[in-house]
Design a protein around this ligand. Structure first.
Ligand code: SF4
Ligand code: SF4
Length: 271
């Protein structure tokens, strides 16, 4: 059975080493996360954020880094890969919750996709295959829970994109490392806009943003666009419909397969 990877706007058969190497990494990832978590806490405590920033960028060349997307973009991706003959979606426990022994909200929420699904099957017994419809239902629930969909890949390569995670700022190690030192997440295709005239002053957007982009100024919402990574969480929860997602002008496509998703279900599947 063929397992696929992303190549530009197409789905191609994964390389021979991709599955065993990714499977190996998935096996050691809990230990890696525990070690990096301790290292990050140490440097934050001793005010060594510049060292942490260098470390983050160096390790990011090899270890997984993510691109933030919206719930809608995540479901569009699931639709785009539903053309595959065999579903390549597997769900398993949140690797950060598992590694750090902490629980908050949904536990089984890491969606391994394409060749990553097979890599995860080989690395961990604790998995369940999903149909595209089941995956989209889970994405909806995770969006309602207020989690950030993020497309992760190793070695800064779209061809090594293998998992769709749902991040938050309390337990998620990549999110905490990014907020402390940067270098883990890149902004997605969209960015928020705000119509202050419609703002009701409810303040929900401040709590819904894990990147700290929103604040209240004199009873009205304000947004720091440089901190907006384009997850869309504040838009869907805005009580005044004051927020809208628009295309990011300076978008640099890191991992999200925007060409493939743009093709929709008519995409060519090469194998
Ligand atoms: S969620 Fe919407 S209405 Fe509420 S403060 Fe934020 S922008 Fe204003
Ligand atoms: S400002 Fe809104 S869209 Fe941007 S990162 Fe924060 S919650 Fe997501």
């Amino acid at each position: 059975m063929a397992h696929h990877k992303l190549t530009g706007g197409n789905l191609m058969e994964a390389g021979r080493l991709q599955i065993p190497l990714t499977s190996f990494y998935i096996g050691i990832e809990p230990s890696v996360i525990r070690l990096l978590d301790k290292t990050t806490r140490f440097f934050v405590k001793v005010k060594g954020r510049p060292v942490l920033a260098i470390l983050s960028r160096l390790l990011g060349r090899l270890l997984p880094t993510g691109e933030v997307i919206t719930y809608e973009q995540a479901t569009d991706f699931i639709d785009a890969i539903s053309v595959l003959e065999n579903t390549e979606i597997t769900v398993g426990p949140c690797i950060c919750q598992k590694a750090l022994g902490k629980r908050n909200g949904t536990y089984v929420k890491d969606l391994f996709v394409l060749y990553g699904a097979e890599a995860f099957r080989r690395a961990d017994d604790d998995h369940r295959d999903l149909t595209p419809e089941e995956a989209k239902a889970l994405l909806h629930d995770l969006h309602e829970e207020g989690l950030v969909p993020s497309f992760f890949a190793c070695m800064h390569s779209k061809g090594w994109a293998y998992v769709l995670c749902h991040c938050e700022k309390e337990i998620c190690f990549p999110m905490r490392a990014h907020l402390a030192a940067g270098g883990v997440f890149s902004p997605g295709p969209d960015i928020v806009t705000l119509d202050k005239d419609k703002c009701t002053g409810c303040g929900i957007c401040v709590d819904s943003c894990h990147f700290g982009a929103n604040s209240m100024v004199n009873g009205t919402s304000a947004v720091s666009l440089s901190k907006c990574y384009g997850c869309g969480l504040c838009t869907s929860s805005c009580t005044g419909e004051a927020r809208t997602m628009i295309k990011r002008e300076d978008y640099r496509n890191q991992y999200y397969p925007i060409e493939l998703v743009g093709k929709g279900s008519t995409s060519t599947v090469a194998s």
